[in-house]
Design a protein around this ligand. Structure first.
Ligand code: M7G
Length: 328
């Protein structure tokens, strides 16, 4: 961040111009999305440039394109079939036979529109980093020593990481305030718990919540020391209680973890339903909160001193930095 303010001092006009451009891009996107209440279909003007990735198995497609002349990424995802909708699906759908053979038959079933939804996520204006994030790319496992963190990773994330404005909007109740499920307002130990935007909250099978700390100065797992154990324990205990109360899901049904590396460098904890194969829940990126607490209890500087492993995609600038430093 020091670099950014230094640049601001050197070249205030350039910075003002780029911040004006960013403001204009945001306004263009808001207008195109119909945020101003003009009631338009937010995506009717979307022009596809390229399909970044898709998955027939996950029923998702990630598309890069233009919305009101601004770069945008649109993610479309067919929503899961809910058990409580089965009766209506069976009674109110139309069926077209595709083939029949002995005891087997397949059909095209046309469910009523409200049971046949596609979840759409729009990122506008999208940066180059967003476009890269959603593109399918080969990954490489990186071995990051404590020294590598100081000399390679930290300088890189201070210059290149995603904006956490959306996080501040949540903490300041400027966005998603009606979605907050639980809050502990304590500035040191407190946090906000709310549905991750990957979860449409229609079914518990893919439950996904995030707890975002009120403390703004903890970037990631690497910053944690034994000093943060009370904060982590508070999140672990109160968020699980809130989830039990609201969704009747006990702790034994939850996977609670932090990502390293995260995409957003403001400490947050992921809560997903055990059994849901959430993106990023693999061992190369997810660190169970219970393990993190125990590791810090055993060694106050565990995460400051340990070598940590994580995957980076081929187009990730951080990977190039590791390569340039001869660490890969
Ligand atoms: P992460 O570990 O920093 O990175 O997690 P990842 O996105 O690579 O997993 C950030 C989490 O915040 C992810 O699970 C995102 O889906 C979620 N998220 C990101 N944004 C921009 C928002 C948002 O605006 N609102 C909410 N509720 N969740 C978000």
């Amino acid at each position: 961040m020091a670099d950014v303010s230094a640049k601001r001092q050197r070249d205030p006009e350039a910075t003002n111009e780029s911040s004006n451009q960013t403001k204009k891009a945001k306004t263009d996107c808001e207008t195109a999305r119909g945020d101003n209440g003009n009631g338009t279909n937010a995506l009717s003007g979307f022009q596809t440039t390229i399909v970044l990735s898709d998955s027939a198995r996950e029923k998702t497609i990630f598309v890069h394109g233009k919305l009101a002349d601004q770069n945008a990424v649109v993610i479309l995802e067919k929503t899961p079939i809910r058990e409580d909708a089965l009766a209506e699906i069976f009674t109110a759908s139309t069926l077209k036979l595709e083939m029949r053979n002995d005891i087997y038959s397949t059909y095209r079933l046309q469910a009523p529109p409200h049971l046949n939804e596609i979840k759409a996520t729009v990122v506008c204006p999208a940066t180059e980093k967003h476009v890269n994030k959603y593109q399918r790319r080969e990954s490489f496992l990186v071995e990051e020593t404590a020294e590598d963190y100081q000399s390679i990773t930290l300088p890189y994330i201070q210059k290149q990481s995603f904006s956490v404005q959306w996080v501040y909007n949540i903490l300041d109740k400027k966005a998603e305030s009606e979605r907050i499920m639980f809050e502990d307002p304590d500035p040191k130990l407190g946090f906000v718990l709310l549905p991750d935007f990957k979860w449409d909250q229609k079914q518990l099978d893919d439950l996904y919540l995030i707890a975002i700390t009120h403390q703004k100065n903890i970037k990631s797992l690497r910053d944690l020391t034994s000093e943060h154990i009370p904060l982590l324990q508070n999140i672990f205990q109160k968020a699980r209680e809130a989830i039990l109360k609201r969704y009747s899901l006990p702790a034994s049904k939850l996977r609670v973890y932090l990502h390293y590396q995260p995409s957003y460098y403001h400490l947050h904890v992921h809560f997903t339903k055990l059994g849901y194969d959430a993106p990023g829940c693999g061992v190369e990126r997810a660190h169970l909160l219970a393990d993190v607490i125990q590791n810090l209890q055993a060694d106050p500087n565990y995460y400051k001193t340990r070598t940590l492993y994580f995957p980076l995609r081929a187009d990730d600038g951080l990977l190039s930095q590791f390569k340039e430093a001869g660490r890969l």
